[in-house]
Structures are given as structure tokens and as C-alpha cells.
Design a binder for this molecule. Structure first.
Ligand code: ZN
Length: 331
């Protein structure tokens, strides 16, 4: 049975463990939603973010975080959920679950390598996968095309994309798919995020939603890295001092990726720099966009004037109006 899935390993207790993992997160959500605790960390396995609504995959049986989000909506009326997935892999299952949902923002920051990195979907994990229908702009993918991304790159992504969107969305609850396989020392992720940066990211996220935030463990394959990174997150949640970061200077590949993400997402988020300039799908109001017809009009007007000394003349029928101004020329 396990062999019929992609990267699934089972024993006779796996199904029970998966329910325990998912149920633990639901219980924690309940405690935070009811105000019994301020926030929390769910140290659970198996992880969940690769589990599709109808198929297990990537060590994941049930999609813990996706189920928790629906639980918060249905049982506690917390409608607007922000899910940040900083596991080094793209959370394909979570993305699928909310792809057309305007009330759940799913933001994944992951290693992509142009589609070569697991789960290896060059379309679904790209920055151009943005949701569909009412959910357009509610899926945000920040795909790194290289290993070696570290504190500077992750903090830069927070500063330029994640936090502006978070403030604009104003969620009722923040869930983090907190894999630690982007941590320094993880041989699968091969990224360089330090505990200090995990602490800072947690600190930034917990400023939203009245502090209602839960971190749920996903991947992570170096036990020491998981331990020190998770500890830094827990300390940030407890308001302990956060270790200082070094100087934040993102590398060129990161700056390019973030620019591409902003280019696509600025159509949907007013708080991002408005760099989107393709007016095909939606009218673009108040931006410096010139239609091709206007350009052609201007060119023809200047061409006819210079070559034949013709000037544009308004046609006088009032119902046609000045739209004909450039269409009738006379010497
Ligand atoms: Zn992972």
C-alpha cells in the first residue's frame, strides 16, 4: 500500500499516529481559540503539508494544518486564516486545499530549483501559481531557485512580501507550517537559516491576529537543527529576548525572486509596490499604463503630420465625439 504513494512509509500504527498528530493540533487550536493559552507549538509527526485532500504523500497522511484551519473556521468562527509555510518544501497539499478560498491565505517560502526540488511541480510551486476564482492572489509562492538561502533572504522576504500582505489581510489566526529543513545544518534543505532568524520570523508573525498563532512541526531532518530552531521559536512566543541577527543583505537571486513575486502579487495586494503592468485580465486604474491603440494613434498623427503635412480634424457629428479626432486628417 505504501508503495502506491509517493514517499509514504507505513507500519501498523501509522494511521493511529496520523490521527493523533492531527488531533493534537486541533486540541491546541481549541485551547488558543478559547483563550486558555496565548499561542502554541505543536511538536507533531507525521507532518501534513504534502497530503492532498484525496492522497497521502511526502511522509504526510493527513494535512494537519489545513484541517486545523477548517476547524478554526467552523468551530470558532475565525474566518480569516493566514498560513505561512516555511518548510523548505512546497506545501502542495495545503495549497490545493485552499486554492479557490478567499478566506485562507496560503504563503509558501520554499526551495524550487526551477521545479526540480521535491515535490517537483514546476507549475504549482512557481511564483505564478496564485490561486483561482475567488482565491486569486490568496496563494503566494516564494520559490528559491538555489540552495544556500539564509537569514538575509528569509528576513528580506518577510519585509517585502509576507508582512505587508499580512497587515493588509488582517487575519483572525496565524498558522505556521513550521518545518525546520531550511535550517542551517539540514542536509536535505541545504539552506542556512539560523535559530535567530526563526526567532525573528516568529516574533513578526505573532504581532498579528491578537497574538493567536500556532506553529505546527512539518519536516526537518537534522535533529539538532530542529531542536535549536524550534527552541528559538518557542522563546519568541514566550517573549524572551531574541538573538540578534547579523547584517541583513539579501543576495541577488533572492532580490530577483522577490521582485518577480511582487510583480505577480501586486495585482491583488495594494500594500505591495505596484509594479504590475499587464492590463489584459483586469482594468488597471491609476497606473502609468498606455494602451497600444493610444500609442498607434500618436504615431500615426505624428507620421501624417511630418510626411504629408496633414493635421487631425474633429468630425463634427456630436454622437461620434472626439474619438474620431485622430481618424480624419486633412492638409
Ligand atoms: Zn520539508
Amino acid at each position: 500500500m505504501a508503495n502506491s504513494y509517493n514517499s509514504i512509509y507505513l507500519n501498523n500504527l501509522s494511521a493511529f499516529c496520523a490521527r493523533l498528530s492531527c488531533g493534537s493540533l486541533i486540541e491546541l487550536c481549541k485551547a488558543v481559540a478559547l483563550g486558555q493559552v496565548l499561542n502554541g507549538v505543536a511538536i507533531i509527526r507525521p507532518p501534513g503539508h504534502h497530503a492532498e485532500p484525496d492522497e497521502a504523500g511526502g511522509f504526510c497522511l493527513y494535512n494537519n494544518v489545513a484541517i486545523a484551519a477548517r476547524y478554526l473556521q467552523k468551530a470558532h468562527g475565525l474566518q480569516k486564516i493566514f498560513i505561512l509555510d516555511w518548510d523548505v518544501h512546497h506545501g502542495n497539499g495545503t495549497q490545493t486545499a485552499f486554492y479557490d478560498d478567499p478566506n485562507v491565505v496560503y504563503c509558501s517560502i520554499h526551495r524550487f530549483d526551477h521545479g526540480a526540488f521535491y515535490p517537483g511541480d514546476p507549475v504549482a510551486a512557481a511564483h505564478t501559481a496564485i490561486g483561482e476564482g475567488a482565491g486569486r492572489g490568496r496563494t503566494i509562492n516564494i520559490p528559491w531557485n538555489s540552495s544556500g538561502m539564509g537569514d538575509s533572504e528569509y528576513i528580506y522576504a518577510f519585509d517585502k512580501v509576507i508582512m505587508p500582505i499580512l497587515y493588509e489581510f488582517a487575519p483572525d489566526f496565524v498558522l505556521v507550517s513550521a518545518g525546520f529543513d531550511a535550517a542551517k545544518g539540514d542536509h536535505i534543505g541545504q539552506m542556512l537559516v539560523t535559530p535567530a532568524a526563526y526567532g525573528h520570523m516568529t516574533h513578526m508573525l505573532k504581532s498579528l491576529a491578537g497574538g493567536k498563532i500556532i506553529l505546527a512541526l512539518e519536516g526537518g531532518y537534522n535533529l539538532d537543527s530542529i531542536a535549536v530552531s524550534g527552541l528559538a521559536c518557542a522563546k519568541a512566543l514566550l517573549n524572551d529576548p531574541i538573538e540578534p541577527l547579523g547584517s541583513i543583505v539579501p543576495n541577488a537571486l533572492c532580490v530577483q525572486t522577490i521582485h518577480e513575486v511582487i510583480e505577480v502579487q501586486s495585482r491583488y495586494w495594494k500594500s505591495l509596490p505596484q509594479v504590475y503592468t499587464d492590463p489584459i485580465e483586469e482594468p488597471v486604474v491609476g497606473r502609468h499604463v498606455v494602451g497600444m491603440n493610444k500609442m498607434m494613434e500618436a504615431y500615426r498623427k505624428s507620421y501624417l503630420k511630418e510626411r504629408y503635412d496633414m493635421i487631425p480634424m474633429a468630425k463634427l457629428e456630436s454622437e461620434t465625439g472626439p474619438a474620431f479626432l485622430d481618424n480624419v486628417h486633412c492638409t
